[in-house]
Design a protein around this ligand. Structure first.
Ligand SMILES: Nc1ncnc2c1ncn2[C@@H]1O[C@H](COP(=O)(O)OP(=O)(O)OP(=O)(O)O)[C@@H](O)[C@H]1O
Length: 366
């Protein structure tokens, strides 16, 4: 599965463009502020209907435009198009038919993003790690999304009953039963996913960096020795005071540690970047082996903070994935040896919002 051609208009500073993309690696290089990250944002919008950079997707709409339009032919999928107006209205179409749920879109084009904020996976809050974990679980188990929606609904209803102060026991029981069923299913899916994913991660990690003591510890979101039903019973009075449910899969975490210490507190920035890359590559590799689904990679400014030796190792790993990659950088020369097979590289020079195909690392094609 790869994006074969891409049409863009109304994206930040980017000029209207039609790009013919390679199934291997596509490198976008250029000066600061040229528009490289905006191009990755456009692909992210196409696959996820939201930006990874802007908290409000409407800021991605260019200053001079009323709306943005991104469309692409995706091999094995069809013609995908996303339209978004300044007022926030959006439309996603596959072969001319509107998609009604985001889950439908996300299933079509699995996407992994590696950029500056990806460090949050190691040093940030549990929500970032849950999001990472659930990406894999979502693609692996078709029922996960429905269970997650049931959990959210029952949690919302339980919380608002607890907050109201008028404890209607029979109504609470209904939502708690639904919450407990969804919670156990989600926990079960996450555990089953990690059983397969973790060995794959260690294999990938060992090919990138020598960190034999690094471990992933799964915390399910409540006491490992007590069923959630007991925990809810025990915490109900306190939950009621707080106005939210303290325990459950919405509090799960996937802690990454070396011995008893958080890996983020021990590792250098470059080492953290390599661990994050290993996590994301392993997740894609695992998806490919389990579901035969390739992942599209968006990598913003990979060469920064990585030495030549590790860039080469990363290249070898990504080459093994046989996946489509979009990379940005200011100076493309460190990527010269990224791929063993140079036929798989397409270079694009981005200058003042204009994207042009280039023939080589730095030689612009006129
Ligand atoms: N809504 C918008 N309309 C027009 N231009 C915008 C809009 N939002 C941001 N810009 C401008 O678009 C330019 C491109 O930003 P982008 O983040 O894509 O650059 P970049 O090439 O990735 O740079 P860097 O190497 O510094 O990360 C910036 O100059 C930014 O000020």
């Amino acid at each position: 599965m790869s994006i074969e051609n891409l049409s863009l208009s109304g994206i930040r500073n980017l000029q209207e463009s039609q790009l013919s993309l390679g199934a291997g690696v596509n490198v976008f290089y250029g000066d600061n502020g040229a528009g490289k990250t905006s191009l990755l944002e456009a692909i992210h919008l196409l696959a996820m209907a939201r930006s990874f950079k802007a908290s409000r997707t409407r800021t991605v709409v260019g200053d001079q435009s009323e709306e943005l339009l991104i469309s692409a032919t995706v091999a094995g999928v069809g013609r995908l198009a996303v339209r978004r107006t300044l007022k926030g209205q959006s439309q996603i179409r596959l072969n001319g038919t509107s998609l009604t749920t985001l889950a439908e879109l996300v299933h079509l084009l699995p996407l992994q993003l590696i950029h500056a904020d990806s460090f949050a996976l190691l040093e940030g809050n549990p929500g970032d790690r849950r999001q990472f974990l659930d990406w894999g679980v979502f693609h692996q188990f078709p029922s996960f999304h429905t269970d997650w929606q049931k959990l959210q609904k029952s949690l919302k209803n339980r919380n608002s009953l607890l907050r109201s102060g008028r404890l209607n026991r029979s109504e609470l029981d209904v939502w708690e039963r639904e919450y407990l069923t969804a919670a156990d299913r989600i926990d079960d899916d996450r555990k089953r996913y990690l059983e397969g994913f973790v060995p794959c991660f260690h294999t990938v990690l060992s090919q990138l960096i020598d960190l034999p003591a690094l471990r992933i510890h799964y915390f399910r979101g409540w006491d490992k020795d007590r069923p959630l039903t007991d925990v809810l019973e025990h915490q109900r009075a306190r939950d009621s005071k707080l106005g939210y449910t303290q325990s459950g899969p919405q509090r799960a975490d996937m802690r990454i540690k070396i011995g008893k210490v958080n890996a983020a507190d021990l590792l250098s920035r470059g080492q953290q970047k390599l661990v994050v890359c290993a996590l994301k590559i392993a997740q894609s590799l695992y998806l490919q082996t389990q579901q035969a689904l390739p992942t599209v990679f968006l990598i913003d400014d990979l060469p920064s903070e990585l030495d030549h030796h590790h860039i080469q190792k990363l290249g070898a790993l990504m080459e093994g994935l046989q996946t489509q990659v979009f990379m940005t950088c200011v100076d493309p020369s460190p990527l010269k040896t990224f791929w063993k097979n140079p036929d798989r590289i397409n270079m694009f020079h981005v200058e003042h919002g204009q994207i042009r195909q280039a023939t080589d690392f730095g030689d612009q094609h006129e």
